[in-house]
Design a protein around this ligand. Structure first.
Ligand code: ITT
Ligand code: NA
Length: 199
């Protein structure tokens, strides 16, 4: 049977295919792009979990198929957790990764190393057409560089250096990132539940 990946972010789709593909689910993973007629749901939640559930329920209701969704972002300690759920549009235009990253670096200025703590957060939601829902969350702790490095990944990957790493997320291979990432942790946990509830 089919499982809908309720995201229009192609970087997430690629990571979810890799993460869920290794989870041993006997399901065909179908991107939301297969359903262009279904409108995007407004992300009106105040937490990653609420927004992930909104996206998953919208696709599950509209397609009659189980759906998983991701809501994620970068939470900076010294900014009280911002950009957080506003990470995708921190500089104004949704999905302008470069502008978002540059604005964040400017806001941090030359704040020094012990105060550059941050984490990526991901809420992974499953929704079934009958309204059943489950959420799993994951985090990746790290520090923020003062300048971007690396070409891999997306979003804020070039400035987040995971704890215990010498490289940024954008300098890791896709496999290395998925092994430690917020998204990897959240969706490996959710995959167990998907395996139990979706046949
Ligand atoms: P969908 O809602 O369609 O899934 P989106 O890109 O709008 O796609 P979000 O609202 O969850 O998704 O915003 C996620 C933003 O958080 C993303 O644009 C990046 O700026 C940041 N982000 C999330 N995961 C990241 C990762 O693994 N590496 C770097 N930045 C990430
Ligand atoms: Na969001």
């Amino acid at each position: 049977s089919r499982l809908i990946l309720a995201t229009r972010n192609q970087h997430k789709v690629a990571e979810l295919r890799a993460i869920l593909g290794e989870a041993g689910l006997d399901l065909e993973l179908v991107g939301a792009d297969a359903y262009p007629e279904i409108p995007d749901v407004p992300e009106t939640g105040v937490t990653f979990a609420e927004n992930a559930l909104l996206k998953a329920h919208a696709l599950a209701r509209a397609t009659g198929l189980p759906a998983v969704a991701d809501d994620s972002g970068l939470c900076v300690d010294v900014l009280g957790g911002a950009p957080g759920i506003f990470s995708a549009r921190w500089a104004g235009k949704h999905g302008d990764d470069r502008a978002n990253l540059e604005l964040l670096l400017a806001q941090l200025g030359d704040i020094a190393d012990p105060h550059r703590g941050a984490h990526f957060a991901c809420a992974a939601a499953l929704a079934l057409p009958d309204g059943t829902e489950r959420v799993a969350e994951g985090r990746l702790l790290g520090t923020l560089r003062t300048a971007p490095a690396g070409e891999g990944g997306f979003g804020y990957d070039p400035i987040l250096q995971p704890l215990g790493e010498t490289r940024t997320c954008a300098e890791l291979s896709a496999e290395e990132k998925n092994a430690i990432s917020h998204r990897g942790k959240a969706f490996r946990a959710l995959a167990v539940v998907v395996g139990e509830l979706v046949g």
